[in-house]
Write a protein that binds this ligand. Structure first.
Ligand SMILES: [Zn+2]
Length: 153
């Protein structure tokens, strides 16, 4: 057996792309553009999903698109969090000036959690169970970044 030399090089590929988010998320993003949170409710187990889902993970039942939507507030409860010193969603993994807190927030009236930054909350004061409120982007565009993060209430 002959040994082969494998030549490698480090590189960086940037790929801008678009993808279809689907009918359920389309409706959700439309609501974000109006600074509103909506979820959808399983007709069998009545769990409320934010973001909405086509199929309930509990019952494996399709949630019809045309109804079962629920309007929810822009407040929630912190279910869990982590503190990172590195920027999130930054491919260069640069160290952030200040630690960032990433929280899992259960929107009031929903049964799931969404992951966003906690804003203007110090690491010493973050606590599981604390009430938080969405900080909206000033000019929402109908995408996930319309929610800048969550602030304490
Ligand atoms: Zn269900």
């Amino acid at each position: 057996m002959t040994e082969k030399l494998v030549v490698t090089t480090k590189g960086f590929v940037r790929a801008d792309f678009s993808f279809w988010v689907g009918l359920y998320m389309d409706k959700f993003y439309d609501s974000l553009e109006n600074k509103k949170i909506i979820g959808n409710k399983c007709t069998k187990c009545e769990k409320v999903f934010v973001p909405p889902r086509k199929i309930c993970g509990e019952c494996n039942k399709t949630i019809p698109l045309d109804n079962n939507w629920v309007n929810l507030p822009d407040t929630g409860t912190l279910q869990n969090y982590t503190i990172t010193h590195y920027r999130v969603s930054d491919r260069t993994a640069r160290k952030a000036k200040n630690p960032q807190i990433i929280g899992m927030v259960q929107i009031d009236g929903s049964d799931t959690a969404i992951v966003y930054r906690l804003l203007k909350i110090e690491p010493e004061e973050v606590k599981i169970g604390m009430k938080v409120k969405i900080e909206w982007d000033e000019k929402p565009k109908g995408n996930p970044s319309d929610i800048k993060g969550f602030m304490k209430m």
